[in-house]
Structures are given as C-alpha cells and as structure tokens.
Design a protein around this ligand. Structure first.
Ligand code: ZN
Length: 133
C-alpha cells in the first residue's frame, strides 16, 4: 500500500490552503490506476475537506468555523489556549477519501482538496497521501 508524506508551512493562525496539485503529483508518483486515495493529516489542530477554491467561500468557511467555536471559553484552554482549533478540526475531520480512476483522483470540475490551518503559524504540517489499488 504505497503512501507519500507531503509537508508545508503555514503563516497565519487560521488559513486555508489548496493542496490538490501536490496530492495529484504524489498520486502520479505512486503509479496506481484504479482504487482509493486517502488524504489525511496527523495533527489535532488542522483539517482537510473537499470543496471549491473561491475567495468568498474561503472567507465564509473561516467565518463559519469562528462562529461554531468561539475562542477562549473552553476547558482545554486552561492547558494551551487552542480549544477552538481542536474543536473545529474535529468537526471538519482529518481525512478525505477519493476514488482513483485511470491514474487520476476523481474530483468534480470545481472540487479541490483544501487544508485548514486552525492554530498556526506552523513551520511544518504533514499530509499523508495513501493509495489502495
Ligand atoms: Zn491543545
């Protein structure tokens, strides 16, 4: 079961990054024509989802997450003041699964794989790309 690790750096507390091209390149490198692709992050304060990369929607997504989990009102904040980041990461999830057909991951015309940094900036975030086929 081939897998690849990608890494990236974030530069804001909260930001959304399009990782589609990097994931597609990793898949090409794994040489699997048909199967399943899992993109996951081994972190508690960032997450991944699939949707459109449109600037208004990116701002809306960050606004929604802010509204879902306000900052500074949670018990975990007594330890390291980032409970809102943990809670949003739990809600969005740490992985996405996509079909692989003809050596390419199957995404709709406007679909992109997005990583959400919730407690940056971080010098190193990892993304694990695993293919089964
Ligand atoms: Zn924490």
């Amino acid at each position: 079961m081939p897998s690849r690790e990608l890494t990236l750096q974030t530069n804001q507390r909260r930001q959304i990054l399009d990782i589609t091209d990097a994931v597609a390149e990793a898949l090409t490198d794994m040489d699997i024509s048909d199967g399943l692709l899992c993109v996951s992050v081994p972190h508690c304060t960032c997450c991944v989802y699939v949707n459109e990369n449109e600037s208004g929607l990116l701002e809306d997504t960050l606004s929604l997450l802010e509204q879902l989990a306000a900052r500074g009102i949670w018990r975990h904040d007594r330890i390291d003041d980032n409970a809102d980041a943990h809670l949003c990461a739990s809600l969005v999830g740490n992985s996405v699964m996509l079909p692989i057909r003809g050596g390419r991951m199957e995404l709709g015309t406007w679909q992109r794989i997005m990583l959400v940094e919730l407690d940056g900036p971080r010098s190193r975030r990892s993304i694990t790309v695993t293919a089964i086929g």
